[in-house]
Design a protein around this ligand. Structure first.
Ligand code: PEP
Ligand code: MN
Length: 361
């Protein structure tokens, strides 16, 4: 019989300590015992409670440093003993799971490349059966919230109750200031679908560059994320992987001190104005919907005209003209070209889909 699960029931289980933001930090990769220990002691002195270090590293190209492997697990055990910090690492297959569990790793995470692979997730989930260890699932590298939820469901089905999500951005062929484009609407959608899941942001892998860490971290806090996973290293420029995005524990403490923490519902502040503003937003959303419906009806009428006259759906000139005009109009209303392009591409795609139905009816 198919097991009925309700992913919405994933609860907020707390992550070792209650102070928000929860900070997970440590090197991209464990390199040597000294590097692991020195970084850990510095972070522990700052009050960081969860240590991270990659033991097995999924690298894009072969012949780069692929992690120290199981030897590093012993170092993490020492971190646990000497600092009291919880330890965490990435697992990507059944062997990693067994070794990490045997070494007493407290929290594991599943990397972005594995999250995109349901076979890998299923095997990891089965290897974890009966061990209710906290598991964080990074978003898949492709912007697919269903795949992310699917991975969480597989783990939930295997009896893992302490689940969390890590937002680390999405790969893109287009050049961008980010190493992985944040696409904030995707973690927001995940939060809507699984309201009480803890979500951690990983600004290191989103930014790919230490200069971007502060602004990405602030944005995550403003979106009410539960915490941050930030890579730190005693000597970032010399790191064996992800050197450009790592920072020293000292820089991390500066970053954290600069964060402005806002509350979703500030204590003692009247929510009347907030409710009023939300009410207006809901009203405008409805109006947008009505307008969109009218626009689609006209697109469908054009679809019928194209069918009668045996014309193609896509008239490139016309689409370029719409986009161009809209970007110019958008600028007059202080709407960025990027925003207008995204919105109009989506509207245009929906019109094409609707016309396609008509043409092939
Ligand atoms: C990492 O955390 O070091 C890592 C490899 O991350 P991701 O899976 O997000 O690429
Ligand atoms: Mn890394």
């Amino acid at each position: 019989m198919e097991q009925k699960i309700n992913i919405k029931n994933i609860h907020h289980w707390g992550i070792g300590y209650n102070k928000k933001p929860i900070i997970i930090s440590g090197p991209c990769s464990a390199e040597t015992e000294e590097q692991v220990m020195e970084t850990a002691h510095d972070l522990s002195k700052m009050g960081v409670k969860i240590y991270r270090a990659g033991i097995w590293k999924p690298r894009t190209r072969p012949n780069s440093f692929e992690g120290v492997g199981s030897t590093g697990l012993k170092w993490l055990k020492t971190v646990r003993q000497e600092t009291g910090m919880l330890t965490s690492t990435e697992v990507a297959n059944v062997k990693h799971v067994y070794e990490a569990l045997k070494a007493g790793i407290d929290i594991i995470w599943i990397g972005a490349r594995s999250s995109a692979n349901p076979f890998a997730i299923q095997e990891i989930a089965e290897a974890l059966k009966g061990v209710d260890i906290p598991v964080f699932v990074k978003n898949p590298i492709n912007p697919d919230v269903e795949l992310w939820i699917g991975a969480l469901e597989r783990l939930h089905q295997a009896g893992i109750t302490k689940l969390g999500a890590i937002h680390r951005g999405f790969s893109s062929f287009d050049h961008s200031i980010y190493r992985n484009i944040p696409q904030w609407q995707i973690p927001i959608d995940l939060k809507r679908r699984i309201p009480s899941i803890p979500i951690i942001c990983d600004p290191s892998h989103i930014g790919g560059n230490r200069d971007l860490l502060q602004s990405i971290s602030q944005k995550a806090m403003d979106l009410d994320f539960d915490g941050l996973m930030i890579e730190s290293h005693r000597n970032p420029d010399e790191a064996w992987s992800d050197a450009k995005q790592q920072i020293t524990p000292h820089s991390l403490s500066i970053l954290l001190n600069k964060l402005v923490m806002r509350q979703p519902k500030p204590n003692g502040v009247s929510l009347d104005t907030l409710e009023d503003l939300r009410h207006k937003i809901d009203k405008y959303d409805l109006e947008l919907m009505e307008l969109m419906k009218k626009r689609m009806e006209k697109a469908q009428a054009i679809g019928r005209y194209k069918k009668e006259n045996n014309m193609t759906i896509l008239q490139t000139g016309r689409w370029e003209e719409i986009l161009d005009k809209s970007i110019k109009n958008g600028a007059k209303h202080e709407l960025s070209a990027q925003f207008i392009t995204t919105v109009f591409k989506a509207i245009h795609q929906e019109s094409i889909n609707k016309q396609n139905v008509i043409l092939n009816e």
